[in-house]
Design a protein around this ligand. Structure first.
Ligand SMILES: [Fe+2]
Ligand SMILES: [Fe+2]
Length: 380
């Protein structure tokens, strides 16, 4: 049912968009801490909160050109454009290092902007889970996640506007994904869309960026965000693993189709059209040379293969954990098997290895050890 004062059309103006959600709010009268794994995760989440103002050194001077030039591996899109510049007649042929670097900066801005928008979506999804989930332990955990996501949105936004100077608007694919899961009245769909799918994508994207970036502020920011994200994925798995045992085959089939839809096409990996516009590239003129470069490199549609591997090695094992691969006589096992995705079934287990991602706790332990060492030295 829609609110009488809100128009059904969601777009209000360029800065505000309303999403109408249809989920009943759930007040629980059972305060028993029955779900011990969620209690553990919640305690961990509370302890590992960090401080966006003081734990990151915002006085770091970031030179966007250096950010691009010092990465250990160029972004696949930049690599492809460089290869396209070798193709005869390509509009990139006359580009100098200056233009490639400028495109590199735009790629960072485009990518970090979508992270920022995705984080806001995650903050809203976590807040929605606080309201709709019928378990007290899950409400508590989602409340800590809401705070985590507020911090993530804030730090990506600050990095973009303070250090890179601007941000892109949300891309239509991400916007649709967030809107769809927020509009759904079934509480588990918020989890499945956000904690299981989008957060697995985020873990892969943050991880591959962290592997290549040398700029110290962004590096630390990504490490800390990643530490929180690993817990969020675990939250989704622990909750859905229990809930999906209660659902009927028909209900599970819906969820399996949702996962299939989100893995068997790669709309989420297409290059943001805003990028070409802002970099001053006529994409229609550039496309033939980009295609030729891609096929020459034998990479074709696999330009983002490494990233896809990262995503699937998080997602597929978690789908197994929540029982969605084998439900309905292995409906998803058959679909994913045909697409070659089952090789990831036992790849990486974020449901239990979030401890290894806890860089915040690791840094604090190291700092405490250092302090102790300092005190001992000072005492001598
Ligand atoms: Fe986040
Ligand atoms: Fe998250």
């Amino acid at each position: 049912m829609s609110h009488p004062s809100l128009p059904e059309e969601a777009q209000v103006d360029a800065t505000i968009k309303h999403i109408i959600d249809h989920a009943p709010r759930t007040f629980v009268n059972d305060y028993e801490r029955a779900r011990t794994e969620l209690v553990t995760l919640y305690n961990k989440g509370v302890r590992s909160q960090w401080d966006s103002v003081n734990d990151l050194d915002w006085s770091t001077d970031v030179d966007p050109e250096k950010l691009v030039q010092t990465t250990s591996q160029p972004h696949p899109t930049l690599e492809l454009v460089r290869a396209a510049a070798e193709v005869k007649g390509s509009p990139f042929a006359k580009w100098t290092e200056k233009e490639f670097t400028k495109l590199g900066i735009e790629i960072y801005m485009a990518q970090l902007s979508q992270f920022m928008h995705g984080e806001q979506g995650a903050m809203m999804a976590a807040a929605k889970i606080v309201e709709v989930v019928p378990w007290i332990d899950a409400k508590y955990y989602a409340a800590t996640q809401t705070m985590d996501e507020a911090r993530h949105t804030e730090v990506f936004s600050r990095y973009l506007f303070e250090k890179l100077g601007d941000a892109y608007s949300i891309n239509p694919y991400l916007e649709t994904q967030i809107t769809t899961l927020m509009e759904d009245g079934r509480w588990d769909i918020t989890y499945l869309g956000m904690q299981v799918i989008i957060e697995s994508l985020a873990l892969a994207a943050f991880g591959s960026l962290l592997d290549t970036v040398e700029e110290p502020l962004l590096q630390k920011l990504l490490r800390y965000v990643l530490a929180d994200e690993a817990r969020h994925v675990a939250f989704g798995v622990l909750s859905l693993r229990e809930y999906y045992q209660e659902l009927t085959d028909a209900e599970l089939k819906d969820r399996q189709e949702y996962l299939a839809e989100n893995t068997l096409n790669s709309r989420n990996r297409v290059v943001d059209p805003q990028l070409w516009e802002r970099a001053g590239v006529d994409i229609v003129a550039a496309l033939p040379s980009l295609r030729e470069a891609a096929s020459k490199q034998g990479r074709g549609r696999n330009v983002y293969a490494a990233f896809n591997r990262g995503f699937l090695s998080k997602l597929v094992p978690n789908a197994r954990k929540i029982g969605l691969i084998d439900a309905n006589d292995g409906y998803l096992r058959r679909l994913w098997g045909e697409a070659g995705l089952l090789k990831f079934e036992f790849a990486d287990d974020t449901a239990s290895d979030y401890e290894t991602y806890d860089f915040v706790a690791q840094d604090r332990a190291a700092a405490a050890a250092g302090d102790l060492g300092g005190q001992q030295t000072g005492g001598r």
